[in-house]
Design a protein around this ligand. Structure first.
Ligand SMILES: Nc1ncnc2c1ncn2[C@@H]1O[C@H](COP(=O)(O)OP(=O)(O)OP(=O)(O)O)[C@@H](O)[C@H]1O
Ligand SMILES: [Mg+2]
Length: 456
């Protein structure tokens, strides 16, 4: 895991020093500041994730520092260090965005615990919730594909985007472009100026998911120190993307169903019914019908969600799209890495088309990125493809890649002669079978047989 960076702000040298030692021992990166002014400057330079901020500082005080830090980075976790009995101060700072507080004098164990808890929670939030308030100017993402399958999908998406049909269910294997479809629908629709909010239902524990989606009122549960809007409220007018919906726990499914029925909800601990206008796009790589049979997914929720169903075919079922996608990614990554790669060698093309792409488009994208980084030629070559692609393709190509040129060099005619000989032996001298093994036409093969004296 990434090492989190922590900034310690205290005017007492000894406290700074002991906190620094202690936090470093636990594997954090640490920087320190003795005044509020220094802290603000350092926050810009070092971009810490968490700040331990003393309230009583010479110069500008803790509360003001807190506000300035939050202006620099709204997500920054600030833990206030306050004097004993300063509960009112502490509460006030939390109102201004401090994550938590701790009283002075504190012991180091207590401090470590508060720090770890804060970092864990924020890590989780960052992983699962991606709030995107990008604006229309970015436009819908480009969706590549010319196969019949993809044409159908594109046509469907265009219709959905224009209509006000509110719920869409996207199904497809991992890496087939489900999230891309969700974004496309959002940015092509009249909702484009409003937020697109994504949450991964599989990565969030059920209890947390409920408060992420619906929000909560202050005091609704132990950790609810302030009231918070949920994603449905934040996305009002826009689109909520519920990823991995097939992993949603049954209790939560019931709550979601209730929300979908009348589009209003209560925050956890709240009494007011809040109406919102959101389009729900959900996605899964699970077979939901089977999940229904297994009683892990609610039948009624399934029908609510899939008012418009979109199925994304696996890449191996639309091989026509492979080279188009590959060329698209070559263009993207060549630009990104400043390379001049344009086309694909015919051997590499063949391998890309033959491979069955269990990781679908994401895998193809990664493979091309790697090849562009490794390659130095104007065309993308077979040797820059990963071994599993070379090995899983037709066997003819395997010896070529495992064959190593000896350091002292070799006469290429000799290699050719040896291959002709082996292919003949392997096929009991059946010329057309032997020719096939070398991917040669029968005439070309017989020409070589003659050349090397196997045929008079
Ligand atoms: N038709 C397409 N044209 C261009 N890029 C695509 C296309 N489909 C997918 N991609 C790209 O492939 C990657 C994987 O797509 P995406 O994240 O949407 O897949 P997913 O179905 O949500 O996968 P998972 O189930 O693993 O979450 C992304 O980088 C996306 O931009
Ligand atoms: Mg996805």
């Amino acid at each position: 895991m990434r090492r989190a960076k922590i900034m310690v702000v205290d005017d007492e040298h000894l406290i700074r020093w002991s906190l620094e030692q202690n936090l470093k021992k636990q594997g954090y990166e640490v920087c320190t500041a003795g005044t509020g002014e220094d802290a603000i400057r350092l926050a810009r330079e070092e971009q810490p994730e968490l700040v331990l901020l003393d309230y009583h500082l010479p110069g500008i005080n803790g509360l003001e520092v807190l506000q300035r830090l939050k202006e620099i980075d709204e997500e920054l976790l600030v833990i206030m260090v306050t004097a004993q009995g300063g509960l009112e101060t502490a509460v006030n700072t939390m109102r201004h965005g401090a994550y938590d507080y701790i009283n002075k004098p504190f012991n180091l164990d207590e401090m470590s615990l508060v720090v770890r808890k804060a970092l864990d929670t924020s890590e989780l939030r960052r992983e699962v919730v991606q709030l995107r308030s990008e604006h229309k100017k970015q436009g819908p993402p480009k969706i590549i594909g010319n196969s019949k399958h993809m044409k159908n999908v594109l046509e469907m998406m265009a219709k959905v985007a224009k209509s006000d049909a509110s719920t869409v269910l996207v199904q497809g294997e991992s890496g087939t472009g489900k999230e891309l479809v969700a974004k496309y629908i959002h940015y092509e629709s009249s909702r484009a100026e409003k937020p697109f909010v994504a949450i991964n239902c599989a990565a969030v524990p059920a209890t947390l998911l409920e408060s992420e989606l619906f929000g909560h009122e202050k005091g609704a549960f132990t950790d609810a120190k302030t009231s918070k809007k949920g994603l449905f409220e934040l996305a009002d007018g826009g689109t909520v993307f519920l990823d991995e919906i097939g992993d949603m726990e049954l209790g939560m499914q019931a709550k979601l169903l209730r929300f979908l029925e009348d589009r209003t909800f209560r925050r956890i601990g709240g009494t007011k019914m809040i109406p919102v206008d959101v389009r729900i796009v959900s996605a899964t790589n699970k077979d939901l019908l089977k999940a229904i049979e297994d009683k892990t997914f609610r039948n009624d929720l399934y029908y609510r969600l899939q008012v418009i169903p979109i199925f994304l075919p696996a890449l191996r079922e639309r091989k026509e799209d492979i080279l188009m996608l590959a060329n698209h990614f070559i263009e993207t990554f060549s630009r990104e890495f400043g390379k001049s790669t344009k086309g694909i060698s015919s051997m590499a093309e063949k391998l890309l088309v033959e491979y069955n792409w269990p990781g679908n488009i994401r895998e193809l994208k990664n493979v091309i990125e790697r090849a562009i980084i490794l390659g130095n030629e104007d065309t993308l070559l077979m040797e820059n493809l990963p071994l599993e692609i070379i090995a899983k393709a037709s066997q003819v190509t395997v010896p070529l890649t495992t064959f190593k040129l000896p350091a002292e060099g070799i006469d290429i005619e000799e290699v050719e002669r040896e291959l002709i000989k082996q292919s003949l032996e392997m096929t009991d001298w059946n010329q057309s079978k032997a020719a096939k093994k070398l991917n040669l036409g029968i005439d070309a093969f017989r020409y070589r047989m003659k050349k090397f004296g196997f045929l008079k």
